[in-house]
Design a binder for this molecule. Structure first.
Ligand code: COI
Length: 362
């Protein structure tokens, strides 16, 4: 198979930013605004398969106005991080992202990128831009692999040509304002994904569909929107861009089950595993908004947190919506949230053993 032996031709950026310019950008990068010198790119066409794999200077992509992604949104993406190590860098569960990228491709009727090619693209880009990994304890290189239909055609069908690109962004925390509990707005107006839809795929369309609801949340002074299920409008699904966990007074934790409408988060999965390792009962079960309100009022619910590659583990301090307004744990980070966050981050940063072989050092 030609594809499997594809190696990345490295064309170094002839005009990289200077060390001083880079250092300036890394002081307070925020999230998703600072981009590195290089990108990985691979092309696909139905007749040639995967070809033309390169690491090259990050540069604009030229598209025909009729490129089908611009009309019918055939696009998928991933998010994963590279962390600084004394000698080099480390990736966290990149194989899980490679696998999910294939699953997303199937749902969007796109060609499945071989997992080894995904992994090679990420490794090669991190090596090219290793100096862009921030030094500080919240910093990382956020990798954004994505693929879109580039065929010039307005018929509605799976395209015959695609571009796969990986870019890298030096990041700090996702939420502005330092470590703090975030607030949520429960939308009754919008849903994110229906049974049979694309909710479990990481496609741009899901995020496009979330933006009006997310903007609504922001306009009400909240950080993230909470989506309820589309069928019954009761069951908590996920937030605008992250999964959610609940912590109870018996020490157990719970998160909504993967029933096809929820993004199967790598961080979500890692937390379930780490919690069980630590002897914490961790359930995947449906949890309704009514129950959440009642449990917050009675004290059965003691903490809640958001999780994702970008958000890591972020405490939830306040929940609002029509007829809903309650706070959780005095809007402070709770002990279980803190413990889970520390356990996860320690493995990612290499300060604790890695019993599940999640970390790949480069
Ligand atoms: C991530 O956590 O990596 C995400 O994809 C969330 C968001 C930035 C889209």
């Amino acid at each position: 198979d030609v594809t499997m032996s594809l190696t990345f031709v490295v064309e170094p950026n002839a005009h990289p930013l200077s060390a001083a310019q880079r250092a300036d950008l890394l002081v307070d990068p925020g999230f998703g605004r600072v981009f590195t010198d290089h990108m990985a790119i691979v092309r696909y066409s139905t007749d040639k398969g995967w070809h033309d794999a390169r690491i090259t200077a990050r540069s604009p992509v030229t598209l025909e106005p009729a490129a089908s992604v611009l009309h019918y949104a055939q696009e998928i993406f991933e998010g994963l991080k590279a962390y600084r190590r004394p000698q080099g860098a480390a990736l966290f569960r990149p194989d899980a992202n490679a696998r999910r990228f294939r699953a997303s491709a199937r749902r969007l009727a796109m060609p499945e990128l071989p997992e080894e090619l995904f992994l090679e693209s990420v490794r090669a880009l991190v090596k090219a831009d290793i100096d862009w990994i921030p030094q500080d304890e919240d910093g990382a290189l956020y990798l954004r692999p994505f693929m879109f239909a580039s065929e010039v055609f307005l018929g509605v069908k799976p395209a015959s040509e695609y571009l796969y690109i990986v870019m890298a962004s030096s990041v700090g925390r996702y939420f502005k304002g330092g470590p703090r509990a975030v607030s949520l707005w429960v939308t009754r107006e919008y849903t994110r994904a229906a049974p049979g839809g694309t909710g479990a795929a990481k496609c741009g369309g899901n995020y496009a569909a979330s933006l009006a609801a997310q903007a609504d949340a922001i306009s009400r002074g909240c950080d993230q929107v909470v989506f309820l299920d589309a069928a019954e409008r009761r069951w908590i699904e996920e937030l605008g861009g992250m999964n959610i966990f609940f912590v109870f007074d018996d020490g157990s934790i719970a998160t909504p089950p993967l029933d096809g409408t929820i993004l199967p988060g790598v961080t979500r999965d890692s937390i379930l595993t780490l919690a069980r390792d630590a002897g914490i009962a961790a359930r995947e079960e449906r949890y309704s908004i009514e129950q959440w309100q009642a449990d917050a009022a009675s004290g059965r619910l003691t903490e809640a947190f958001a999780c994702g590659t970008a958000a890591v583990v972020t405490p939830i301090g306040r929940v609002q919506g029509e007829g809903i307004d309650f706070t959780i744990n005095g809007e402070r980070v709770g002990p279980t949230t803190q413990r889970i966050r520390e356990a996860l981050v320690a493995i990612q940063r290499g300060t604790a053993p890695d019993p599940h072989d999640w970390v790949e050092e480069l």
